[in-house]
Design a protein around this ligand. Structure first.
Ligand code: ZN
Length: 321
């Protein structure tokens, strides 16, 4: 941007990059690493966040590497990157939850946050006020956490109006993902951005089961750059993905029992209606429940842990239209 920009009190002059660990007074000095890359010319402001879930590594590594690799001389507009939002979850190796939260809440269930709430609720409210509400687009990076095998996909934020929905889909259509979905959620951090702040938003789901690979990070960084090129922030031609499929029919199935989980399919597998996807047995081997596919489609997420509790995510499969 031709002028300096300020996020959370950190100023980045025109054509400069500032990396800083912010200490948030409202959160007892909680430390948040932020990189602001302010380009030489005016343009869109693009926020990339990771580690809402601290066990979701490909996005966290991708965001951290982009903080080091992107340079303002190449950019019109700005990118603001927060690679580790949930430091207790990431460094403390905690699936899903925020260890700093008094009630160990899941930060992805707290939109729009609450300034008088628990630590996690206050952190989310802070992020909306200081970052999300000041940008033109928000991308949140996720994975299958420690507990899920996953086939990579992008998800559009749950925009209340048709025009914003179409815009987000168009952004996704310029990524390399083979599959994408339309979220209907309301509590997720990225969904809250468009629902409560009117900022178009989406997420990536890349990798899972507590792992990350160099290939995933290389592809994920390229997909973030493809969006930045589509916005005109980075130089180069935006590339439309003509082979992308929208999984319009979605089935998200939760475990109905505590028990031992046995999957009969893998993430990425094509399935037929009535095909058996998983079963749950008790410690004595007695069958508690089993699930048969309600429609044809593709397994996008399947639980990878042996032990499960009632209400845990079991499987997500979708059908392209
Ligand atoms: Zn996640």
């Amino acid at each position: 941007m031709k002028n300096s920009i300020i996020f959370a009190g950190v100023r980045a002059a025109s054509c400069s990059k500032v990396s800083k660990i912010i200490e948030i007074p409202e959160l007892d000095g909680y430390k948040l690493p932020v990189t602001i890359i302010n380009g030489y010319d005016d343009g869109m402001k693009f926020l990339v966040t990771a580690s809402i879930h601290g066990f979701e590594y490909p996005g966290i590594e991708s965001a951290a590497e982009l903080c080091r690799e992107l340079e303002p001389e190449d950019m019109s507009g700005a990118m603001i990157i927060i690679p580790v939002i949930n430091s207790s979850g990431f460094y403390g190796r905690l699936p899903y939850i925020c260890g700093d939260d008094e009630e160990r809440k899941n930060l992805n269930k707290l939109a729009p946050g609450n300034k008088n709430g628990t630590f996690g609720e206050r952190l989310i409210a802070y992020l909306y006020d200081e970052f999300v509400s000041k940008v033109d687009f928000h991308l949140d990076l996720h994975s299958g956490d420690a507990t899920e095998d996953l086939c990579n996909f992008a998800a559009a934020g749950n925009a209340p109006d048709e025009e914003t929905r179409k815009f987000i889909h168009k952004v996704i259509n310029h990524t390399g993902f083979e599959y994408y979905t339309q979220s209907s959620g309301r509590t997720e951090f990225y969904n809250g951005s468009v629902i409560y702040k009117g900022v178009p938003s989406m997420m990536f789901e890349v990798g899972g089961a507590g792992k990350w690979t160099r290939k995933e990070v290389v592809e994920e960084k390229e997909n973030i750059k493809r969006i930045a090129r589509y916005f005109g922030i980075l130089p180069g031609q935006a590339e439309l993905n003509v082979n992308q499929k929208w999984l319009k029919t979605q089935s998200w199935i939760e475990c109905g029992h505590e028990g031992f989980f046995y999957a009969f399919v893998k993430a990425g597998e094509e399935i037929r209606k009535d095909q058996k996807l998983y079963e749950i047995r008790n410690v004595y081997g007695e069958l508690l429940e089993e699930h048969y596919a309600m429609h044809d489609g593709k397994v996008m997420i399947i639980n990878s842990t042996l032990g499960v509790s009632e209400g845990d995510d079991a499987v997500f499969y979708g059908k392209a239209e």
